[in-house]
Design a binder for this molecule. Structure first.
Ligand SMILES: Nc1ncnc2c1ncn2[C@@H]1O[C@H](COP(=O)(O)OP(=O)(O)OP(=O)(O)O)[C@@H](O)[C@H]1O
Length: 365
């Protein structure tokens, strides 16, 4: 039987986090995050932001697992969930659904992040009935050499007990005096060390980060996603996860996560500002060029679904298919959307919005 390579200790670790580098990094990360929170609040319809950014996060997070999809595949899978689509895009869509489920549960439970929520997200992500690992045999290997780098707890009872402690730490009302961003970094590390599920631990641990930010009020809605930063610094991420276990290097780990928050907040701020600006420009243009068509619901539709279709307009506006088709054709004629003819499955792309996602992803890399 595999022998665990790390003796997981309860949080918080007995380490002094009041060091100059951490205090500086905390100030920077908290400032960037507060700016993002403020800007996100200026978007008129918050659910648009949640939907569009969750899909972008799903794409970035799944890339760490080598599930790579193009924006086009992604939006098409979202548009025609019943269609053949690529397997990767479907898995990405499941990640997005798991994230939204976690956020819904957070709101329903007045801010709790429970193990039952984590298990429900796992079941949705992996389309699986199971829960925490029951059988031994899990070990993390170096992708290139195949050598075992880390053996998490093997015993099912120990996993349940460690996850019980973690659930308690996450939801404790009286904090331990640490800044919530430091706690987020500790929680992510602990979750990855326990490695409670047979699969999907990386992705679920990344969702846990944003849920925790929403739980602690650092964000009102889940819009800050660290996955792109983690993919771009994957080797450092793995090395530092491991260095905590080997050398108790908590400070370096926390600094890495704070840097991820500061950097990612900046990129997300640009995206949110871009969306806000585009919505306001499109609104003015629609009112001027297609005043009879303009409605806030139509505008929201074009931004909630960067690729839209007649059915979505029917649903969102409560109009007939014929009217929805006429609206979309007029929008295409005036250049608000690009019409893609695909037989009975015509669809319409908000090309400027899609370009914005690409731009921010590129300038961020
Ligand atoms: N020493 C380590 N080396 C690599 N990953 C580690 C290590 N320790 C913990 N991990 C975590 O394990 C995760 C991978 O676990 P798992 O394969 O269950 O998750 P996944 O979501 O399917 O994968 P991925 O994170 O690659 O998307 C990594 O993302 C990382 O957070």
């Amino acid at each position: 039987m595999l022998k665990p390579t790390y003796n997981i200790q309860p949080l918080p670790p007995g380490v002094d986090f009041d060091t100059v580098p951490i205090l500086k990094a905390l100030a920077r990360a908290n400032r960037a995050l507060a700016e993002l929170k403020g800007r996100a609040a200026t978007i008129p319809n918050q659910s648009i932001l949640i939907d569009t950014l969750a899909l972008q996060e799903a794409k970035a997070s799944s890339e760490i697992e080598n599930i790579v999809t193009t924006q086009d595949d992604l939006f098409q899978a979202d548009l025609f969930p019943e269609g053949p689509g690529s397997a990767a895009a479907k898995e990405v869509a499941l990640y997005r659904d798991a994230l939204k489920l976690g956020y819904d549960r957070l709101r329903e439970t007045d801010g709790l992040i429970t193990n039952s929520t984590l298990i429900a997200m796992f079941q949705l992500l992996k389309q699986h009935d199971g829960g925490f690992r029951q059988t031994p045999g899990t070990a993390l290997k170096n992708e290139a050499s195949g050598e075992i780098v880390f053996v998490p707890p093997q015993d099912a009872h120990e996993i349940i007990s460690l996850m019980g402690d973690l659930e308690h730490y996450i939801n404790a009302e009286n904090g331990d005096g640490l800044d919530p961003l430091i706690r987020m970094a500790l929680i992510h590390h602990q979750f990855e060390s326990i490695h409670p599920f047979p699969d999907g631990n990386g992705r679920l641990g990344r969702i846990l980060n944003v849920l925790y930010l929403a739980r602690t009020g650092l964000l009102d809605i889940p819009v800050l996603y660290l996955s792109r930063h983690i993919t771009q610094n994957k080797d450092t991420y793995y090395r530092l996860l491991q260095a905590v276990r080997a050398e108790n290097a908590w400070e370096d780990w926390v600094l890495f996560m704070l840097e991820a928050v500061a950097e990612t907040s900046g990129a997300t701020l640009r995206l949110v500002e871009g969306i806000r600006q585009q919505m306001s420009d499109t609104k003015a243009q629609l009112r001027a060029e297609l005043p009879k068509l303009y409605s806030q619901d139509l505008l929201n539709n074009l931004f909630r679904h960067p690729y839209t279709r007649i059915d979505y307009v029917v649903q969102d506006l409560g109009v007939s298919r014929q009217t929805a088709a006429k609206y979309l054709d007029e929008l295409a004629d005036k250049g608000f959307v690009e019409k893609i003819q695909a037989g009975r499955n015509n669809y319409f792309i908000n090309a400027k919005l899609v370009a914005l996602f690409l731009d921010v992803a590129v300038s961020d890399s």
